[in-house]
Design a protein around this ligand. Structure first.
Ligand code: ZN
Length: 469
């Protein structure tokens, strides 16, 4: 791909996503950004489709893999965060306000809610609750970050985590961690067409300093030892199976538990950067504060020990999107692309013009009826290349369908899907018979295959996006 000076912020604007007041954008968008507030991205038309499609895929992906799918409230009584401890050590990053004399907080983390979900299941169904217990949420959180530290989608005050919590028996922890890694690999490869090259991807283990357990690192020695050996076991098995290397950093764990991060090295304008992908983090703090250990022992028996694990496959959707947009030069995969089809009628000024128009309009309308996001552009042969350059450098349709004089005469469409893995477009001649759009969709069917394999179906959020062209 050709080098470009665009950054993810430019791509985000093209995606119709207002991320930061910026003098280069038209006044209207600048004012939008001013209204939403610094660090609070506004997902408008294109960005909205992307979000809905992605969250739909994620919910199905997780549901098929035994996760409960939750949607927890955006605000909570600050009591919840008092119990979780966030009010003590995270208060300066929280938005807190009062209603009728009570303190409320805007959710800065999903964890306390997910633990409540587990506990309420346990209270109601007792031993019938099977372990590991897994809850997923595309959970939007808000955190106060100083305005000087905000940058595009990379650092924001409102973001969405592809968050899940796993409550697992100690002896099944290794399996749970390997499972998360495999989910991440599937998601990134099948949905985002990323090449997880073992030469570029590493696992980083953040471990405790054993001499400081009980001081800087909370929890028991047994907990740390068991959790860290589960992490190492998992890292070894991932290395043996997939070839990804790992390394450990002692003393780098959070005070509440060790973790494993998946880091990918990417090159951008000659500079090597780290892209943090999935993460698996143990927590010995929350289960104590919510008395999870006591309740588990009461329900499953005295010698049952569990871990609570936080995990994300992408991290935050916004941050992931920002790096991905840079990585893919602003181009989203078919199922997530705001504009899936651009149908272009190329008029010549001859007598086939009316037929060209009719065929193109019919294809576009059928595509929209099938639930695809399609746009229709009528242009002339002389202005075609300029128009194509314009939409290719901004809105980047996943598939372009051309109808010109020759196509109209011979009864076919020229279909050019963008093949993500190869980072290029390929041309196909698709004969038009019966339902025109069905023939075109058949010809580009493999664009949805990865998602269908993972989620069971590819979401179709219909939209006539003609106005974007
Ligand atoms: Zn968590």
């Amino acid at each position: 791909m050709k080098p470009t000076n665009k950054t993810h912020i430019d791509y985000a604007y093209e995606l119709d996503l207002v991320v930061k007041p910026d003098s280069r954008v038209p006044l209207f968008e600048r004012e939008y950004a001013a209204f939403t507030g610094a660090g609070v991205p506004l997902f408008s038309i294109g960005g909205g489709y992307y979000r809905y499609a992605l969250i739909d895929i994620l919910a199905r992906f997780h549901a098929r893999r035994g996760y409960y799918v939750a949607e927890t409230p955006m605000i909570a009584s600050s009591l919840l965060y008092q119990v979780s401890g966030h009010l003590d050590f995270f208060r300066k990053n929280m938005f807190i306000f009062q209603i009728e004399g009570h303190d409320y907080a805007i959710k800065p983390m999903n964890c306390p809610y997910h633990i409540l979900i587990f506990l309420s299941h346990l209270a109601r169904y007792r031993q019938k609750v099977r372990l590991p217990f897994k809850v997923f949420e595309a959970g939007r959180v808000h955190r106060y970050e100083p305005s000087g530290s905000l940058y595009g989608l990379l650092r924001v005050r409102a973001f969405t985590q592809d968050d899940a919590h796993i409550i697992t028996r100690e002896e099944e922890a290794t399996e749970a961690i390997v499972g998360v890694f495999e989910e991440m690999k599937l998601l990134l490869e099948k949905i985002f067409h990323m090449d997880l090259d073992p030469g570029k991807v590493e696992l980083r283990l953040s471990l405790s300093d054993k001499s400081k357990i009980g001081e800087e690192f909370m929890g028991t020695l047994h907990e740390w030892e068991t959790a860290e050996s589960a992490l190492e076991e998992a890292a070894k098995s991932i290395r043996d199976k997939y070839g990804f290397n790992y390394y450990s950093e002692e003393g780098e764990a959070a005070f509440y538990g060790p973790k494993i991060d998946v880091v990918m090295r990417i090159e951008e304008s000659g500079i090597e950067k780290e892209w943090q992908l999935g993460t698996v983090q143990f927590d010995f703090n929350l289960p104590r504060r919510f008395r999870v250990y006591d309740m588990v022992r009461e329900v499953y028996g005295e010698d049952t020990r569990v871990f609570i694990i936080h995990r994300a496959l992408m991290g935050s959707i916004e941050r992931f999107l920002s790096v991905y947009l840079d990585y893919m030069k602003g181009r989203l995969p078919f199922t997530l692309a705001p504009l899936q089809f651009a149908v272009i009628a190329i008029k010549t000024g001859g007598d086939t013009d009316e037929e060209i128009s009719t065929i193109a309009r019919r294809i576009h309308e059928e595509l929209v009826k099938m639930g695809f996001r399609s746009g229709l552009l009528e242009t002339t042969k002389t202005s075609l290349s300029g128009e194509v350059r314009r939409i290719e450098s901004t809105i980047k349709p996943a598939v372009t369908v051309y109808i010109g004089a020759r196509e109209a005469r011979e009864g076919y469409a020229t279909v050019r899907p963008f093949i993500h893995g190869e980072r290029r477009r390929v041309s196909k001649r698709v004969p038009l018979s019966g339902d025109y759009a069905t023939s075109i969709v058949e010809a580009v069917k493999e664009l949805e295959d990865g998602v269908v394999e993972l989620a069971g179906y590819a979401p179709r959020i219909p939209g006539d996006l003609s106005h974007l062209l």
